[in-house]
Design a protein around this ligand. Structure first.
Ligand SMILES: *Cc1c(COP(=O)(O)O)cnc(C)c1O
Length: 241
């Protein structure tokens, strides 16, 4: 591990925190309303360790086995790390998520919710879950429509081993800030609506490296940032699982 890489990740984290603070200030929000999730997919545990050294405790992973390996690597860390599963989830991988992660952002069908509820070990707190909404990306198979949210939310609330915390979205890439904002505002409206029937709902997960300010302006409470913290990803070396 080179000294320069060490400084890069910790400086990048500071820069991202400063950008979160600036974006929050621009819309009269407190930066404390926005949690930074460091997305470490495809990155080695040594990079995660550098981020932890810099004070980062919440991490997002997309690939089940890669995430489980990192969770095992850092098991017992104090203060505790919080691991969020943010990738597409196949049924045959749900047990690993239920047994290892703290959060799952990508609930988009009843069957997956039921499996996670059945498989969540009694020794752990309930799995914290978000419903993934397909807000604008017609090419993606992940996520449900806004119209389908209330029914799935009601079903999840019947499941004792899951705790519904809110909504998540990955909008289609869109270079224009005003267009990004318009899409994120639809999510924020749905989030406010969901809170009326489910007051415990407190998390709106949206905003990545290229659309973070618009997400915060619309009301995001959790931004998922990879590239701006860890640098560009090399997918050829990634464990796809
Ligand atoms: C990869 C990924 C991110 C991070 O994206 P960056 O553009 O690198 O910040 C956030 N959310 C999800 C669901 C991802 O898959």
């Amino acid at each position: 591990m080179s000294q320069s890489q060490h400084h890069a990740i910790s400086k990048n984290l500071q820069d991202v925190q400063a950008r979160i603070a600036a974006a929050a200030q621009d819309c009269d929000r407190s930066s404390e309303e926005v949690t930074l999730l460091a997305v470490s997919k495809t990155k080695p545990a040594s990079d995660v360790a550098l981020a932890i050294d810099a004070g980062q405790l919440a991490f997002g992973e997309n690939y089940v086995q890669e995430g489980v390996d990192k969770i095992a690597h850092f098991a017992g860390h104090q203060p505790p790390l919080v691991w969020h599963f943010i990738g597409p989830l196949q049924s045959n991988k749900s047990r690993l998520v239920a047994e290892n992660f703290d959060w799952c952002h990508t609930i988009d069908r009843l069957k997956i919710a039921q499996r996670l509820n059945d498989q969540r070990p009694a020794s752990l707190p309930p799995l914290q879950v978000l419903i993934q909404v397909n807000i604008s990306d017609e090419s993606s198979k992940s996520g449900i429509t806004l119209a389908e949210v209330p029914a799935l939310a009601a079903q999840i609330c019947e499941m004792p081993r899951l705790q519904l915390r809110g909504l998540m979205a990955i909008p289609a890439p869109e270079p224009d800030n005003a267009q990004q904002l318009a899409v994120f505002k639809q999510m924020a409206a749905a989030f406010t609506q969901l809170q009326l029937s489910h007051p415990q709902v407190d998390t709106l997960s949206m905003g990545m490296t290229d659309d973070m300010p618009a997400a915060i302006a619309a009301g995001s409470t959790m931004v998922r940032i990879g590239t701006a913290i860890f640098g560009a990803r090399d997918y050829s070396a990634a464990t796809k699982s």
